[in-house]
Design a protein around this ligand. Structure first.
Ligand SMILES: Nc1ncnc2c1ncn2[C@@H]1O[C@H](COP(=O)(O)OP(=O)(O)OP(=O)(O)O)[C@@H](O)[C@H]1O
Ligand SMILES: [Mg+2]
Length: 410
């Protein structure tokens, strides 16, 4: 956030590019500019055509700034794609002042030490997420500052990304003359818009089902344990509708949005829908149940892949999910999608619309804006953390509490 209390974000998705400008008003995020453009140079969350994406970013930013009537502030940018990975690491240091309390500098040192693991040259560290600290090999805590000890250990998660993928985003923004405030991986950004503190404590899985990707975030006992991405999303459903009904992708997408439903149990068995004919063929009528069956199979497949990915990363991640599943992303608009998630995961599910926003909030009150709004929250919280204790990132615990405390202060 810059000095005037303005902040901006950009979500470069496979389906659409969204630029937002917001200001902090009282204790709420007020959206004052929205710019959106369809995205044609992004595949599975990653930029594959610099020129097309640069032009589309420029258009989105131009519209957001026209609406807000101000210059575009330095931007918090989302990183998407299957290259996003989470790895675990441990560190250990001797506490610097024997017999006295553990200080913030000791915590920083042990995290730095845990961070110093070999990362391939074509990858970079995007986020450090402290998990647990152990004092004197016995006491486990989330915050060891102020405790007495001689030995401090840290367990951390490191989120890494492909350097090339990040450089391509950088290039597009450079060419658009936009200053970057920070990069944030999409599965982390979306959390900030939709997940509350109680849900994090109870354990929650967030799934952002976009066009070509599904971002996964897993919280257990108040800590972010895992983020990752599977390269499949709503377009997988659209393609199968087009194939199954012998129609075009454009028509299949229209049918999905107009009549789509993810759960056959919600459809009457005598409902009929009309499928427009292509290349001079006449329109035909089909049973809606048949249509929804196509969608349900693909939605189940998306959830199965997400489930398998989480299970592979840590079997116990699926055990402590008291708050269930939160679904964001454009595909969250499919009626019945929560029913299918509940069936696959055997957990309760809800849709995540961006929370606590004002201003032009009606325009973005939709799960497909979770990433763009989450980037704004991330920006505010990250800046406040930097101001208070100089750390770059601490997204492990209670970020929203810190955020609201900070808002009260200003
Ligand atoms: N009403 C709707 N019913 C069903 N699907 C919808 C609806 N609205 C949007 N979608 C689907 O949501 C997807 C787009 O979601 P979103 O805008 O979140 O994607 P994105 O962020 O651009 O892509 P990604 O995150 O995968 O890179 C498309 O597949 C679209 O068909
Ligand atoms: Mg997206």
């Amino acid at each position: 956030m810059n000095k005037s209390g303005l902040i901006s974000s950009i979500d470069i998705g496979s389906n659409k590019i969204v630029a937002l400008i917001a200001e902090i008003d009282e204790d709420i995020l007020k959206i004052i500019g929205i710019g959106q453009h369809s995205s044609s140079g992004v595949n599975k969350g990653q930029i594959i055509n610099i020129d097309k994406t640069t032009n589309e970013i420029r258009e989105s930013i131009k519209n957001a700034t026209l609406m807000a009537g101000i210059k575009f502030p330095p931007v918090f940018v989302g990183i998407g794609g299957g290259h996003i990975e989470t790895i675990s690491s441990k560190g250990m240091v001797a506490v610097s002042r024997i017999g006295t309390q553990i200080g913030r500098d000791d915590v920083n040192r042990v995290v730095e030490q845990a961070k110093a693991i070999a990362i391939p040259s074509d990858r970079e560290i995007s986020h450090i997420i402290p998990q647990e600290f152990i004092v004197n090999s016995e006491t486990k805590t989330n915050d060891p500052v102020g405790m007495t000890g001689i030995r401090l250990e840290a367990e951390i998660k490191i989120v890494t990304t492909s350097s090339y993928s990040v450089q391509n985003i950088e290039r597009c923004l450079e060419k658009s003359h936009i200053k970057i405030a920070d990069f944030v991986v999409n599965p982390i950004a979306s959390i900030y818009a939709v997940v509350d503190e109680q849900e994090k404590d109870l354990g929650v899985i967030m799934l952002d089902i976009g066009a070509e990707t599904t971002s996964i975030s897993v919280y257990n006992e108040g800590n972010l344990r895992y983020v990752g991405v599977v390269e499949i999303g709503g377009e997988h459903i659209t393609r199968d509708i087009a194939y199954g009904l012998s129609t075009t992708i454009v028509k299949a997408s229209e049918l999905k949005k107009r009549f789509g439903c993810a759960y056959v149990g919600m459809v009457d068995n005598n409902e009929i829908i009309e499928v427009p004919g292509v290349s001079g063929r006449t329109a035909r009528k089909i049973s809606k149940q048949e249509f929804v069956q196509i969608i349900q199979c693909r939605v189940e497949e998306i959830f199965d892949l997400a489930y398998e990915k989480i299970e592979k990363e840590g079997k116990d991640y699926l055990d402590k999910i008291g708050a269930g599943i939160i679904i964001t992303g454009g595909s969250g608009n499919l009626p019945g999608i929560c029913d299918v998630a509940e069936k696959v995961f055997n957990l309760r599910a809800r849709i995540g619309n961006p929370r606590n926003i004002a201003g032009l909030s009606d325009n973005i009150n939709d799960p497909s804006y979770a990433t763009a709004v989450g980037l704004l929250y991330y920006g505010i919280i990250n800046e406040s953390t930097r101001k208070t204790d100089g750390r770059k990132i601490d997204i492990g615990n209670n970020v929203f509490k810190k955020f609201f405390e900070w808002l009260k202060d200003i």
